[in-house]
Design a protein around this ligand. Structure first.
Ligand code: HEM
Length: 510
């Protein structure tokens, strides 16, 4: 029944969009041949590891910049550090917007929040709040929260039979603390809603998940109409967003009034409000910035840590070398702290390799171009969706020989220290230009302390079968379609390395 409506609407939309296409005396970048009306509709990768499909297309057309178009959308893929630097960084003023999304942005209401917002005054105001509340110049602001959250994680892991699930619950609580100052126990009542809201966000943000993103006119179809189930979902998911945005924020605000709030992004932002300006308006901006920080921080850290644990499971020799360095630096029973970082370059190299080998956001997050541009003789139309291929940048053989190998040593010089000659993967893993991740320093510190602490306490070993024999571990990744790259659920054992460490954590780990 729904097809009776969808198909004619699709045809009408296609004809209108095709007839409105702009032309220029410069050619578009190379790419798959465009068919009349539908253009590249059937060549745009929609499932699986789409970053690999785009990389393959770039190889086929022998270009680091390619163009596809369909349904009125112009997509430009940037497949090298050079094109990304030339456009997203050097011409950041016109490459820093976001493409509109109907399901997520309009119907579910996420479009007003920082990460989805176009490059406008509201985005600038929210971004300013984040930059002031979690400034990279003050990396120690959250160290004590990061340390105590990591110790919580160490207690949870050996009892977990689903590592990814445990990481997800833990990260949700940890980011709740950083964002709103609610410690793990206090955050519990708010977590189910927050996690459900994030789930709905990632479902709706999956490319191609909802027809309404391709045929925006469908947004006017009433909820009761056959096939318009997406409208009911959008309403329910919007309710989750509102609850997630309002509840934790109001607790922080109340605690601030009572003088009991602990440091957090939201508290810092509330304290920095200009008392001579409209307070309600400023609070609205803070709410949106905070909820984005919460959303931007939790699933990404889960994916990075999941990738680290899985790669350790696959590479016992790397664990052995890490253990060796940890034993040289830490005394018996000591847990690592941030001040140990310079003495533990092998641990830093493992954290860097986890970010490089399986980047969390292999296509970063789509940018949008706000005016027509010319680059290397190609016409890049205003409104194009720009996809930087982080995966290819971090798997470039010149920068990272044998890129598919998980090899932390690539980052070390002959003296065993981090080599300044090897490109730090964080230059690509956290996005680009004005939209680059404002939580990068928090993410890097959280990842480092977790990697160091997990390897101090445990050897990560394969699950045992019913005969007590280790099972061969498998590294499998969520096949998408998705913008987030994370391992599929897997099992492993966290075998405690010493009783001294158990005593330091004050618990029995087995
Ligand atoms: C391993 C962890 C993380 C990774 C890999 C990551 C990666 C990214 C990427 C690729 C973007 C988009 C950049 C672009 O458009 O070019 C982004 C944006 C963002 N991230 Fe992160 N992130 C991580 C952790 C965090 C944390 C811990 C926070 C907050 C505490 C955070 C807050 C944000 C926000 C607010 C944005 C939106 C920025 C904007 O649109 O202007 N992220 N992140």
């Amino acid at each position: 029944m729904a097809y009776v409506v969808v198909v004619p609407l699709l045809v009408v939309s296609l004809v209108i969009l095709y007839s409105r296409r702009k032309s220029s005396r410069y050619p578009l970048p190379p790419g798959p041949r465009k068919l009349p009306i539908v253009e590249n509709l059937f060549q745009i990768p929609r499932g699986g590891f789409i970053w690999l499909d785009y990389a393959e297309m770039c190889r086929r057309y022998e270009s680091d910049i390619i163009h596809l178009s369909a349904l009125g959308n112009s997509i430009i893929v940037l497949n090298s550090a050079k094109t990304v630097s030339d456009l997203l960084e050097k011409r950041s003023s016109i490459y820093s917007s976001r493409p509109p999304t109907v399901m997520l942005g309009e119907l579910m209401g996420w479009g007003t929040t920082l990460i989805f917002r176009p490059n406008d005054d509201s985005w600038k105001a929210q971004r300013r709040i984040i930059n002031q509340a979690i400034p990279p110049t003050d990396p120690k602001r959250f160290h004590s929260k990061q340390l105590s959250a990591t110790h919580d994680l160490l207690r949870v892991l050996p009892h977990s039979d689903d590592v990814m699930k445990s990481l997800q619950t833990w990260a949700a609580a940890f980011i709740m603390d950083v964002t709103y100052g609610l410690a793990a126990g206090e955050a519990k009542p708010y977590l189910p809603t927050a996690m459900a809201a994030l789930d709905s966000m990632s479902t709706a943000g999956t490319p191609g998940a909802f027809y309404v993103d391709q045929i925006p006119i469908l947004k006017y179809v009433p909820e009761w109409f056959p096939g318009a189930d997406f409208k009911r979902k959008a309403r329910e998911w919007s309710d989750l967003r509102v609850q997630m945005t309002e509840t934790a924020f109001s607790v922080t605000k109340q605690r601030m009034a009572m003088g009991t709030a602990t440091p957090s992004l939201t508290l810092a932002a509330l304290e920095q409000m200009d008392r001579n300006q409209d307070l309600a308006k400023q609070e609205e901006v803070i709410k949106k910035a905070s909820v984005t920080a919460y959303g931007g921080g939790s699933d990404t850290i889960v994916a990075a840590l999941g990738s680290f644990i899985l790669n350790m499971l696959m590479n016992p020799e790397i664990q052995r070398k890490a253990h060796e360095q940890l034993e040289q630096v830490l005394g018996p029973g000591d847990l690592p702290s941030f001040s140990d970082e310079l003495s533990l370059p092998y641990i830093t190299a493992i954290a860097q390799e986890a970010l490089r080998h399986n980047p969390v956001t292999p296509l970063a997050f789509p940018h949008a171009l706000t005016q027509d541009d010319i680059y290397e003789g190609y016409f890049l139309p205003k409104g194009s969706i720009i996809m930087p291929n982080v995966w290819t940048i971090l798997h470039n053989e010149e920068d990272y020989p044998e890129p598919n190998l998980f090899n932390p040593e690539r980052f070390l010089g002959p003296d065993g220290q981090i080599s300044p000659k090897v490109k730090d993967p964080a230059t690509a893993a956290f996005g680009f230009g004005r939209r680059a991740c404002p939580g990068k320093h928090i993410a890097l510190a959280s990842l480092w302390i977790a990697v160091a602490s997990i390897l101090t306490c445990y050897t990560i070993e394969p699950e045992l079968d019913e005969h007590g024999k280790p099972m061969k571990p498998k590294a499998e990744w969520y096949p998408g379609p998705t913008l987030f790259n994370h391992p599929l659920p897997f099992k492993c054992r966290f075998v405690p390395r010493s009783k001294d460490v158990q005593a330091s954590l004050g618990v029995s780990l087995v």
